[in-house]
Ligand binder design. Structure first.
Ligand SMILES: Nc1ncnc2c1ncn2[C@@H]1O[C@H](COP(=O)(O)OP(=O)(O)O)[C@@H](O)[C@H]1O
Ligand SMILES: [Mg+2]
Length: 271
């Protein structure tokens, strides 16, 4: 459904302004990936590896220096129509749900933003109150939440509201950038269960950016390892144990070591 080919991105370097032109720092090096319809691709890497930059290129916000983003074969940055097609099909959920939800908005207004985008695209209006209740129930919240403000919700509840807003505009593809990373482990699992359920019910395609390998194995079909702006490994999650990639192995072993320290566990499933 969405494909990236040989993406390179560089930013103007902050420090070294040379006399002859400005130096640039490259953060993505020939990154290629492909996300088939109905699948979930995990993009995994440590902080600063270029994950969010890749996410911004993917969702049409940052034109790469080189390379192409193709949505159903149409170049996103090649034409205005390409970008519009992407905007119509894609929603984004960020880590920082506290700033991505306006604190002065009621939950009904926050979800209403997504509905508004859908109404504008489809040139029709819906019964807002009914739709908002339906969407709240879809993400596991009851109708009473519609009249609350963000500060009256827990982190997990607010992220559910952001997810409701993301699905309100009827996307085909959702990009999650560290969407569950600031939640506690128990809430993370609940939200991942919700995301799995929504994916099945609504026939969605996901790109899931994270620094956490455990959530990738829980949610994704494929995983791409990004290390210092380069793809070091790209594999099906069920074949992770066969990886020879050094960086992937380091991450895998850090999880096993942690699990062994925490409690004696059955780590037979991991390499
Ligand atoms: N707008 C920007 N201008 C300059 N440098 C940037 C910009 N955005 C990101 N970077 C740099 O690009 C690198 C990758 O950042 P980012 O994509 O946010 O990584 P991640 O999401 O994996 O933590 C970092 O070194 C960061 O400082
Ligand atoms: Mg990031």
């Amino acid at each position: 459904m969405i494909e990236m080919k040989d993406i390179c991105v560089s930013f103007r370097s902050e420090r070294q302004e040379k006399i002859f032109g400005v130096t640039r720092k490259q953060v993505l090096f020939d990154v290629s990936l492909s996300v088939p319809k109905g699948s979930c691709l995990g993009i995994l890497g440590e902080s600063g590896s270029g994950k969010s930059t890749l996410g911004r290129v993917l969702c049409g916000l940052l034109k790469p220096d080189k390379g192409q983003v193709l949505l159903d074969g149409v170049s996103v940055y090649g034409s205005r129509a390409g970008k519009r097609a992407l905007q119509n099909k894609l929603s984004v959920v960020f880590q920082d749900y506290t700033t991505s939800a306006n604190p002065r908005f009621l939950v009904s207004d926050i979800i209403g933003e997504g509905l508004w985008a859908m109404e504008r695209r489809e040139h029709r209006s819906v019964n807002r109150a009914e739709e908002i209740i339906r969407l709240l129930e879809l993400v596991g919240l009851d109708a009473s939440f519609a009249r609350r403000f963000p500060h009256e919700l827990s982190g997990g509840q607010l992220q559910r509201v952001c997810i409701a807003r993301a699905v309100a505009c009827k996307p085909e593809l959702i990009l999650f950038d560290e969407a569950i990373s600031s939640l506690d482990t128990h809430t993370q699992v609940q939200i991942m269960d919700l995301l799995r359920d929504l994916k099945e019910r609504l026939g969605l395609t996901y790109v899931f950016i994270t620094h956490d390998l455990t959530s990738v194995t829980y949610l994704c079909d494929h995983v791409l390892f990004l290390y210092q702006g380069r793809v070091t490994e790209q594999t099906a999650v069920e074949r992770l144990s066969e990886t020879k990639d050094e960086y992937a192995l380091r991450l895998l072993h850090s999880i096993i070591d942690f699990a062994e320290e925490e409690a004696p566990c059955n780590c037979a499933a991991l390499p």
